[in-house]
Design a protein around this ligand. Structure first.
Ligand SMILES: C[S@@+](CC[C@H](N)C(=O)[O-])C[C@H]1O[C@@H](n2cnc3c(N)ncnc32)[C@H](O)[C@@H]1O
Length: 293
């Protein structure tokens, strides 16, 4: 299982591996995957340090700078003479840029949203329970949840959803729910329906969402987090704003909405025929609700 890495450009690859409790090759893979200009960042850091020292101590010798920064004389001289900060190499990104490790509200990869939620809200470093685990697509690159449930379990370690209700009330730090997000009276019509199930009516979809939220909330401890993936959709030429219904249910359950992430999926999600009536959706939400008491 891959662990998430919080990369610190001020540290060496080995130090980052130790800090994140992962192997050195995992850090190297991370650098490659994210196209991080690691050698350029080292140069920029040295440039910044030397120029700050020169500004703070006008007239200092190259020898003093080299000793202070533990680099050889020639390197210190070269960097002291540089007028421009070294640029980021083409096609790469700098991990020194402001906000590199900041959790953002929009991502293309769900993994990054889930990592962001874990970093901001979870103490334990993984989700406590997933009520709609399916095949665990969410957890391909992040730690598995402690407890896995599904109405149709697809693995030996996935329990029947009814067993979720047997957990002690107030015992969970976090719960994840990702129900089918649309209505298809004819299930064969959509690939998503075959794979993940669907609802036969808008009413059934909304009632199931409300019911799952209620069940999850009962098991959450005070300040526990409910994460719901959802997507609004068009049905019979009418917009079904599922997310707004979820805000309402949350209010009734004494859940405060504390965050909203947008997951952008550039692939077409639903096949729609006929004249276009509404903007075609390429995004879903991860809504984060916190139990108030
Ligand atoms: C979109 S999938 C979840 C995918 C999962 N998050 C993943 O990462 O692989 C929706 C899940 O909701 C479950 N489900 C479908 N209808 C349901 C219902 N009426 N009540 C509870 N769960 C349902 C399905 O069995 C399916 O596993």
């Amino acid at each position: 299982m891959k662990k998430s890495i919080k990369y610190n450009p001020q540290m060496t690859v080995e130090e980052n591996a130790a800090e994140n409790e992962v192997s050195i090759s995992a850090v190297r893979n991370y650098l490659q995957r994210n196209q991080i200009d690691q050698s350029g960042d080292r140069q920029r850091l040295l440039f910044d340090e030397i120029h700050k020292l020169m500004a703070d101590h006008p007239g200092v010798s190259i020898y003093w700078l080299a000793k202070k920064l533990k680099v050889d004389y020639k390197t210190a001289k070269r960097y002291a003479a540089m007028e421009e900060r070294p640029e980021v190499r083409k096609g790469k990104q700098s991990a020194l840029k402001p906000g590199f490790n900041i959790v953002k509200s929009v991502y293309y990869r769900e993994k990054e949203i889930l990592e962001g939620i874990m970093a901001l809200y979870l103490k334990k470093g993984r989700f406590d329970a997933d009520m709609t685990y399916s095949r665990g697509g969410f957890y391909r690159y992040i730690p598995q949840p402690r407890l896995k449930y599904d109405i149709e379990p697809k693995g030996d370690d996935v329990r029947q959803l009814e067993e979720f209700d047997e957990l002690a009330d107030g015992s969970l730090e976090s719960v994840v729910i990702d129900l089918p997000f649309f209505v298809a009276p004819e299930p064969g019509e959509f690939y998503y329906a075959e794979r993940y199930g669907t609802f036969h009516s808008v009413d059934e979809l909304l009632k199931t969402h409300a019911d799952m939220m209620r069940r999850a909330t009962r098991k959450l401890m005070a300040h526990g987090l409910l994460v719901m993936k959802t997507q609004s959709f068009v049905y019979g030429n009418r917009q079904i704003w599922t997310n707004y219904h979820l805000y309402e249910y949350a209010r009734e359950l004494n859940l405060e909405m504390v965050d909203e992430f947008v997951s952008v999926n550039p692939r077409r999600m639903l096949r729609i025929s006929g004249k276009q009536q509404h903007a075609r959706r390429f995004h879903a939400y991860f809504l984060c609700f916190m139990k108030e008491k």
